[in-house]
Write a protein that binds this ligand. Structure first.
Ligand code: CMC
Length: 382
């Protein structure tokens, strides 16, 4: 139990502040460890499914076969969007970016849910399932809308990864592709009090509602210092263009004191364990799909970064190799961050439900550095 202090301390960016307790994920940034409810992330990536991982995060234990079947059925029952949402998707300009569209559409789900403002644990769990089940249809069908394609409705015989890719591409994926996406969803499902999860908790701690919390989180994830980094990595690879140009590009960035996207982490000063797994994965997929040059460029960037700033604890993070992975899966670059959101809904919703069990308003203070005692001059005299 952490004791609350009566005297506030200044902690810019809350880097050294523990704001709550959680039983969901454990991060050891020094040794590069990530566990969901005590189970190593590598084991989950190899052996679990996204749905089973969500059950683990939300219920803090692995399901039996019957429990998992029931959980899968509960999710799939909620796949279909409220009918008016299809019109809402069509009303979003085709030029909008998918993250703006997703934030708007998740927010719009609330107005079609009678339980939107019911904050009991049971109602929140039902809303968590709806958010998890419906986000894939929103992302995939906004993409279809902007490309002038017919909508494809979710298929309740398919798991989340397969259903998403079927909607997106208008045809079922190969098993390898579906499994690759499923693993990415597992790896992104939760990560302690990252910025978007914390933002969701600020919102839910006012006793607002789950849709508002997840909408807040999506807006927060979008930034390039957080989930938006996966898109920024891919754009960087495109900008570099060729493996021979890597060294000059990275060195110039470092000289100009600019960020190399996909590197560094607030908590991990060792190798991000999700990146370890994704690196192998990205390599295999890139080879299978004719994108090996992207993987080779990524490895070259990593080598130069390792020599230049590795000693400072700056290593690839989850976004670095997920960029090549998503690209090899055939996804448009601006869908990378929405995919992160599709998975992280699990973490956002789980943390909201957990936090509400013993809610306390999230409300830090700021250190006022402005003047005092200034005279108010009437507008006509200024
Ligand atoms: N490239 C070059 N230098 C870096 C980088 C980077 N990507 N990241 C950190 N540094 C340097 C930084 O310049 C600073 O150097 P100095 O001490 O000489 O001034 C030092 O490392 C500490 O950086 P910081 O910004 O104070 O550290 P932070 O904990 O506030 O930042 C971070 C963490 C993730 C915002 C930062 O590493 C970054 O901007 N990375 C690039 C964006 C990125 O990949 N974001 C994804 C994060 S992981 C997934 C997620 O959360 O979504």
């Amino acid at each position: 139990m952490i004791e609350t202090r009566s005297e506030p301390t200044f902690d810019k960016g809350l880097a050294n502040t523990i704001a709550a307790e959680s039983e969901m994920s454990y991060i050891d940034g020094v040794n590069g460890v990530l566990e969901y409810v005590g189970i190593d992330i590598d084991t989950l990536a190899r052996s679990s499914t996204f749905e089973e991982t969500v059950f683990l995060l939300w219920r803090r234990r692995l399901p039996t076969t019957a429990e998992l079947e029931h959980f899968n059925a509960e999710i799939r029952r909620e796949y279909q969007l409220p009918e008016p949402l299809w019109t809402t998707i069509q009303q979003i300009p085709a030029t909008a970016t998918p993250m703006h569209a997703l934030r708007t559409l998740v927010s719009a789900l609330a107005v079609h849910d009678e339980e939107a403002d019911v904050n009991t644990p049971d109602a929140n769990e039902r809303k968590a399932i709806r958010l998890l089940a419906r986000t894939p249809a929103l992302i995939a069908n906004f993409d279809r809308h902007r490309k002038g394609k017919e909508f494809v409705r979710p298929d309740a015989t398919q798991d989340i990864a397969t259903s998403f890719l079927t909607m997106l591409n208008g045809a079922p994926p190969t098993e390898t592709m579906a499994r690759a996406l499923d693993v990415c969803l597992i790896l992104h499902a939760d990560h302690g009090f990252n910025a978007s999860t914390f933002a969701a908790l600020v919102t839910i701690s006012t006793l607002s509602d789950m849709y508002s919390a997840v909408t807040t989180a999506i807006g927060t994830l979008k930034g390039p210092l957080h989930g938006g980094a996966n898109e920024a990595v891919m754009r960087m690879l495109e900008e570099i263009g060729d493996i021979d140009a890597v060294e000059a590009f990275v060195k110039e960035k470092l000289v100009r004191k600019e960020r190399v996207m996909g590197f560094g982490h607030r908590v991990y000063k060792a190798y991000d364990p999700r990146a370890t797994y994704l690196k192998t994965f990205a390599g295999q997929l890139a080879e299978d799909t004719g994108n090996l040059h992207l993987f080779e460029m990524s490895r070259a960037i990593e080598k130069i970064m390792h020599d230049a700033v590795g000693a400072k604890g700056i290593h690839p993070n989850v976004d670095f190799y997920s960029a090549t992975t998503y690209y090899s899966l055939g996804l448009d670059i601006d869908l990378f961050t929405p995919l992160f959101a599709m998975s992280r809904v699990a973490g956002w919703a789980g943390h909201c439900i957990e936090y509400l069990l013993d809610n306390k308003l999230m409300r830090p203070r700021c250190d006022y550095t402005g003047p005092h005692g200034i005279e108010y001059v009437p507008i006509g005299d200024r």
